[in-house]
Design a protein around this ligand. Structure first.
Ligand SMILES: C[S@@+](CC[C@H](N)C(=O)[O-])C[C@H]1O[C@@H](n2cnc3c(N)ncnc32)[C@H](O)[C@@H]1O
Length: 207
């Protein structure tokens, strides 16, 4: 785990990605979720605090783009710049994308190569990488490949997204730890996406 003597080098540019498609709903059906105002601000602030190069909101729905653009226009106004400069700075990281292909294209244009795609999930996966190990990988100064850390909405990211994914991060657990057979209620770890972003960025990039 991190310590003040173990800073993460800034060698690898990384981006936070919040997917509103492809997502599953409570019945396991493939859906597109709605963008929420809180997710725009709160995740932008965590992204700024932990040094992300950008924060992508991915939705194919045109109305949602217009809505978010209206909100962002508010934060670009002179009034906001004067009275909420911290929030304006964070929100300036927000980018809209219609698909994950658009996210990859934007990162490729900025960094010269496609990102390593890292998925976060509350459910355990046999091939998941631990935070300590991935933090070490990120601080390897020999590597410059950009990273896209992806978060879900609704009931989580659909497995139709899996072909995009290179790494899956281990789930975050509290003191109950992972679920264990025969022990009811053990392993509750259903965080809001905003809490999950804060915790995961702190584990990977925090001092
Ligand atoms: C399933 S969505 C829930 C969105 C919901 N509408 C909300 O914010 O309350 C939460 C997302 O946060 C991340 N997440 C939540 N809990 C997590 C955990 N324990 N470990 C890792 N990631 C987690 C995953 O990216 C997941 O897709």
């Amino acid at each position: 785990m991190s310590s003040p003597a173990d800073p993460v080098s800034a060698q690898r540019p990384y981006y936070v990605v919040l997917l509103h498609y492809p997502i599953v709903n409570r019945n396991g059906k493939l859906v597109t979720t709605a963008v929420t105002n809180m997710d725009i601000h709160d995740i932008a602030r965590s992204s700024r605090t932990y040094g992300a190069k950008g924060y992508f909101l991915v939705t194919p729905i045109e109305d949602q783009h217009e809505l978010v653009e209206r909100i962002l226009a508010h934060w670009r106004s002179d009034h906001s710049r004067q009275y909420h400069p911290d929030r304006v700075e964070a929100v300036s990281l927000v980018r809209m994308a219609r698909s994950f292909d658009e996210v990859k294209a934007a990162i490729r244009a900025e960094c010269g190569e496609d990102p390593e795609v890292v998925l976060t999930d509350a459910r355990p996966s046999p091939n998941a990488v631990s935070y300590a190990d991935y933090r070490r990988e990120l601080s390897d100064s020999g590597l410059t490949k950009p990273v896209a850390i992806c978060f879900g909405t609704g009931w989580g990211v659909s497995d139709v997204f899996y072909p995009e994914v290179h790494r899956i991060l281990a789930p975050v657990y509290g003191p109950e730890g992972a679920p264990r057979e025969g022990i009811p209620y053990r392993g509750y770890n259903h965080l809001s996406v905003r809490a999950a972003v804060g915790i995961i960025l702190d584990r990977l990039f925090g001092l």
